[in-house]
Design a protein around this ligand. Structure first.
Ligand code: BES
Ligand code: ZN
Length: 893
């Protein structure tokens, strides 16, 4: 899930909406919605692999893990409703051995069981036809515990008493079937009652509170949890181990942060955040949280990000636990963001669930949008909406490629279900919802969400159900507008030209599909809610729903006009040169942070598309050098690092780095290495990025200072503030020798915190020294790191350490072993992403050839996508770097 390695940013859109335009609304409604668009939810018409002749109603499930043999035994009694008689039942099961299958406890209704590994099903064939109506299906089975986070798995972690092991589950999208035979598709909502038999010393957590606990045989205990509400199988959770917890309460709901022993104090921050978020969501959704309790469970090790299991959310501990002494501001922001995302799912996803995986974006796009909204609401000083430009720009970059796809995608099997968890689903989904909310108005939008949640509680939906609710609440043609954005790939570029007639500014807007390196795309059109404002005015932006083309008067000719006010739209804008020049002029003083950032990000995107020059972007950088907006600087730092990376092995690199230093060091000087009392929290995020970037640009003063601070840290760890740890370690590690490497290594080994371990090992992995790079690569094959962290360490070696070649060759040699460390999830994109570190088109050819011989067919979409990115980067390099080199010569100071 590489795109989650996004920097999590913050930001509130400067409400500095510009001003009022006297718009004649010229809205031609062409682009009739496609009549083939999807339908409202119905159980019968929902796609799935399993037949619907038999429907489950309730599971009584018992799981007995054996921690010595790393296996488990299970039994279940499923209440089923036979709708259509026949003598077979098909359920999902994967890597399970089903030892017995009986109907209603009758010895003569004992089924023959046929497992199909490829379909991931078990077909139970009974001697006699099943009568229509209710029955009990009783199954006994056994399975293995793995170390990858799929189904019921184990996680190892270090403690002062040695290595320990705990159990956890990860079911989404299709791995509940690895723990128990079940109808593992989201539309089969049922109740569940789970019992588990565990070692005495284990504490167990599941979706519901514990209902009973009693002693079992041989030092075991039998724990039974309460019955869940009707829910989808992918939301089931079981975590068990030597755990402790911190408890609180909000609006009658018991809240806990559950951790491994010794860490509960670090749950304080998340607990306080949850106490604020629960009432916020109760209010927003107009529907009270459905369960008596909500546990936030910290899982150590390599388990991905976080999972919204109903009533028992799991998190990688690095994004749940906060230690004020060692955790950074960026971590704190990530915790709030991720927690908001997973809590939003408790309604949007759990209470109301997409019918099938082709509508996953309903879950993930919405939760991502809501996370930004809630985070911005509670932490305005983090500037979250402004900084959301970065993830939006990232996904627009991908969405401009040939290999992109619509938000709604066909899904027919588990591998496709895993694939839809991508940046289009999350980030385009979130950006589109934001644009729609702005267009409909915050309160109409919210009213629509409330009625959607109420109408579909404890049930499933499709995208159309949401559009209908929003359409009703707002009175706007939501279904028609939205279809173009969720059912078509890509997005539009709006070209703007401005003329003056009788002292009235006439604006001509025209849309065309925006693409990168794809000169003949299918010519799509959208209904674009364009926000227009006049620079310097305080009036709210005006919306025009643009179809093909429109000309409109926008007041007098004095003040310039800007589109995509507050950066809320999912489209790019290209201005005529005179208007662009006016806007650059205004950028410094008259545009809000969000608008300035939007202008810059459009300028960069136009350069990527070959519709503008990257030097136009650098011109804007010159214009805003004096500024302190964190969002703007994060973007500039990102672009400068991109260019620097493309400059590797080119003669222009030195001069470019000198330029980078000249831009960034005055900013670091302004905010200084040490936090000032009362400074805005997010300044420390900026400080850490600046130090990191100046380190990459080989700023001698920064390197020397980082080394000093590291020396002091080795003497006295308290001397280094939490926020400086990451950047200091990474600068020191980058230029470090074997001595420094070993110091970082010892620190990494000693640490018990996933966040800290990642900082130390990350710093080692960024070493420029080739011998150290090789040492890092060897480490990836050991089990010193959590499996996924080990596999992904190659990316740090390739990018931060600038040893792409070494990393790729190593990966090719050990591909099997490395892949073995990933769950089905990351596995398809792994090899292609390693090639994507390069920017020469020969590498794209090499990837394609490599894939033919070495990668499964399921990896093909990732291969195509990475190959296209490499070719786009190569084209950009060929076109832009010469211009950049010349521009640098002119601007060298
Ligand atoms: N539902 C997902 C967890 C998930 C991700 C399950 C991928 C299966 C595959 C969860 O809500 C989520 O999106 N988690 C993110 C973090 C989130 C804050 C963006 C993750 O795990 O990366
Ligand atoms: Zn999610």
């Amino acid at each position: 899930m590489a795109f989650f390695e996004r920097t999590l940013h913050a930001g509130k859109a400067g409400t500095a909406a510009l001003f009022r335009t006297l718009l004649a609304l010229i809205v031609a409604l062409t682009l009739a919605p496609d009549a083939t668009a999807e339908e409202k939810f119905s159980f019968a018409s929902t796609f799935g692999q399993l037949p619907k002749n038999v429907v489950p109603q309730h599971y009584d499930l018992t799981i007995t893990p054996d921690m010595k043999t790393l296996t488990f035994k299970g039994s279940e009694s499923i209440t089923i409703d036979v709708k259509v008689t026949g003598n077979t039942i098909v359920v999902n099961a994967l890597d399970l051995n089903i030892t017995r299958a009986l109907l209603d406890g009758e010895p003569k209704q004992k089924a023959a069981v046929k497992l199909d590994q490829k379909e991931q099903t078990a077909t139970l064939t009974f001697p006699e036809n099943l009568r229509a109506g209710q029955h009990k299906l009783q199954l006994e089975f056994e399975g293995k515990l793995g170390e990858q986070s799929q189904g019921l798995y184990y996680a190892k972690y270090q403690t002062d008493q040695g290595e320990k092991v705990m159990l956890a589950t990860q079911m989404e999208p299709t791995d509940a079937r690895r723990m128990f035979p079940c109808w593992d598709e989201p539309v089969f909502r049922t109740t569940y009652q789970l019992t588990t038999i565990l070692p005495q010393k284990f504490t167990a957590v599941s979706n519901m509170p514990i209902e009973s606990e009693k002693a079992g045989e041989n030092d075991s205990k039998i724990v039974t949890f309460g019955r869940t509400p009707q829910m989808s199988s992918y939301l089931m959770v079981l975590v068990a181990g030597e755990l402790e917890s911190l408890a609180g309460e909000a609006e009658g709901v018991q809240l806990r942060v559950v951790t491994t022993e010794g860490k509960k104090a670090q749950g304080q921050y998340a607990l306080e955040a949850a106490k604020k978020l629960l009432p916020f969501f109760n209010e927003y959704f107009g529907f009270k949280y459905s369960l008596p309790k909500l546990d936030l469970i910290a899982v150590p090790g390599g388990f991905g990000g976080a999972m919204e299991n109903w009533g028992g959310i799991t998190f990688n501990e690095s994004i749940l636990l906060f230690d004020p002494k060692t955790s950074s501001q960026a971590t704190q922001q990530a915790i709030f963001d991720v927690l908001s995302h997973e809590m939003a799912h408790q309604w949007f996803g759990n209470l109301v669930t997409m019918a099938w995986w082709d509508n996953l974006w309903l879950n993930e796009g919405f939760a991502s949008w809501m996370a930004t909204k809630a985070t911005a609401h509670f932490n305005p000083e983090w500037d979250y909406w402004t900084r959301a430009n970065s993830t939006k720009s990232y996904v627009m970059g991908n969405d401009a490629q040939k290999t992109t796809h619509p938000i709604q995608q066909r899904v027919t099997n588990p591998s496709e279900a895993a694939r839809v968890f991508d940046e289009i689903t999350y980030l385009k989904g979130q950006a589109f919802i934001r644009m729609l909310e702005a267009y409909l108005g915050e309160s109409a939008f919210r009213q629509g969400i409330r009625s959607y949640i109420t109408a579909h509680q404890f049930s499933n939906t499709t995208t159309v159900d949401l559009w209908d609710a929003l359409g009703k609440a707002s009175g706007k043609p939501v279904r028609e507008v939205a279809a173009g954005w969720t059912e078509q790939p890509g997005f539009p570029l709006i070209s703007v030209s401005s003329t003056c007639q009788d002292k009235v500014r006439q604006l001509t807007l025209e849309q065309k599909r925006f693409t990168v390196n794809d000169p003949n795309p299918s010519p799509l059109e959208w209904q674009v809610p364009v926000a227009i404002g006049r620079v310097g005015s305080n009036d709210a932006a005006e919306y025009v729903l643009l179809n093909k083309k429109a000309t409109l008067p926008v007041g007098d000719c004095q003040s310039p006009v800007k589109l995509n006010i507050s950066d809320v739209g999912y489209y790019r804008v290209s201005y005529d040169p005179a208007t662009f020049a006016e806007l650059v002029n205004a950028a410094k003083s008259k545009l809000s942070d969000a608008d300035r950032l939007n202008l810059m990000s459009d300028a960069w995107a136009l350069a990527e598309a070959g519709l503008g020059s990257s030097t136009a972007y650098l011109d804007v950088v010159e214009a805003v050098r004096g500024e302190n907006s964190v969002g703007v600087w994060e973007q500039i730092i990102g672009r400068l690092l991109t260019i620097d990376n493309l400059q590797i092995k080119r003669p222009g690199r030195e001069a470019f780095r000198a330029y980078g230093r000249s831009v960034l060091s005055p900013v670091l000087a302004r905010i200084s290495w040490d936090a000032k009392p009362g400074e805005q929290a997010t300044i420390s995020v900026l400080r850490s990025r600046l130090i990191g970037a100046l380190g990459v640009f080989k700023d001698e003063a920064v390197i020397a200072e980082a080394r000093n601070r590291f020396r002091a840290f080795l003497q006295n760890p308290q001397s280094l503030p939490a926020d400086l740890r990451g950047p200091v370690f990474s600068v020191v590690g980058r230029y470090g020798d074997k001595v420094v490497y070993d110091q970082l290594h010892a620190l990494g080994r000693q640490s018990r915190s996933t966040e800290e371990k990642r900082q130390f090992y990350g710093a080692m992995q960024g070493a420029l020294d080739a011998r150290l790079a090789e040492e890092n690569l060897r480490l990836a094959l050991t089990d010193e790191l959590a499996p996924t962290d080990a596999a992904y360490s190659l990316f740090r070696v390739a990018v931060a350490g600038e040893h792409a070649e070494l990393a790729l060759e190593f990966a090719k040699k050990h591909m099997k072993e490395l892949q073995g460390k990933l769950s089905a999830f990351g596995s398809n994109a792994y090899a292609p992403s390693l090639f994507e570190v390069f920017s020469e088109s020969a590498r794209a050819d090499e990837l394609e050839a490599y894939a033919k011989l070495n990668l499964p067919i399921e990896a093909q979409p990732d291969v195509a996508k990475s190959a296209e990115s490499i070719r786009s980067a190569a084209a950009f390099k060929a076109r832009e770097l010469i211009k950049i080199d010349q521009w640098i010569t002119l601007h060298a100071k």
